[in-house]
Ligand binder design. Structure first.
Ligand SMILES: C[S@@+](CC[C@H](N)C(=O)[O-])C[C@H]1O[C@@H](n2cnc3c(N)ncnc32)[C@H](O)[C@@H]1O
Length: 249
């Protein structure tokens, strides 16, 4: 079994820009990038291709952009890259969409040095243009909007993806019992502390997510993505076959 935590030198490097925002923001970035298995898992499994044009929906303070764009200046396999991990992707660019204007400001401030490679837009995912991308990432975001809105976002994701593109969608599996209830409770408390009064979350059983994505024409693979946490999170890797027609532009 290979490690599912980021190499320490990489974590140090990609979180350093958040020092600009103060000690709490820096520690938050370290805790999230170092403790959430999604970030290391994406790299370990090679789910982000080199030169990917990524859309990160619900990007928070831009942690995914900090990590992926930061890889370009990390030595990679020659030094502390974990054995068994896929090669580090290079030349990635990220466009993030985020509802909370304060988080967008913080992402822009911390990652200004990345220039056009990391762009952050304030907006509601239900209303904001997705543009085009070859990889779309949605980590722990869709459950904030109701099921009709979720379906609409997923339809628009399909339209925004280039043929052969991939959606990486992490959800909490609503049929997973106690771990699911724990993650839901923590989610509501964290949102309350961030000033976002979320009264309910719109979760679904894993099977529903799979059926919805398959119905849209995606080929879907599921990966547990909660190692080291008490949660019930699953990553859906939804690939759009190269032959599926999307947007006409
Ligand atoms: C649990 S956080 C996850 C942040 C980030 N994806 C990560 O994994 O670190 C969920 C994020 O989604 C954002 N969000 C919630 N509803 C949204 C919406 N309708 N449009 C855009 N972003 C939204 C929240 O403000 C928050 O930053």
């Amino acid at each position: 079994m290979t490690s599912v935590t980021l190499p320490k030198a990489l974590l140090d490097q990609v979180t350093t820009p958040y020092r600009l925002l103060g000690n709490f923001a820096w520690r938050f970035a370290r805790g999230k990038l170092g403790g959430d298995p999604a970030f290391a898992g994406l790299l370990q499994r090679g789910l982000i291709p080199s030169h990917a044009r990524i859309l990160d929906i619900g990007c928070g303070r831009g942690l995914l952009a900090a990590l992926l764009c930061g890889l370009d200046t990390h030595p990679g396999p020659s030094q502390d890259w974990p054995a068994g991990w896929a090669p580090a992707p290079r030349g990635v660019s990220v466009r993030g969409i985020e509802l909370m204007s304060r988080d967008v400001e913080r992402a822009r401030q911390a990652l200004a040095h990345l220039g056009a490679r990391a762009e952050f837009v304030q907006g509601d995912m239900c209303l904001t243009d997705f543009g085009r991308a070859d990889t779309i990432v949605i980590l722990d975001v869709l459950h904030y909007v109701n099921h009709v809105a979720q379906d609409d976002v997923l339809r628009r994701v399909k339209t925004a993806l280039l043929p052969g593109g991939t959606l990486l969608l992490r959800i909490g599996n609503a049929t997973a019992g106690l771990p699911f209830r724990i993650s839901n409770g923590i989610d509501i408390i964290v949102n309350f502390m961030r000033g976002n009064r979320v009264s309910r979350l719109y979760c679904r059983p894993l099977r529903d997510w799979q059926q919805t994505l398959t119905g849209l024409g995606f080929e879907v693979q599921t990966l547990p993505m909660h190692e080291g946490t008490p949660f019930a999170n699953v990553l859906l890797v939804a690939r759009l076959p190269a032959s599926v027609a999307t947007a006409t532009s």
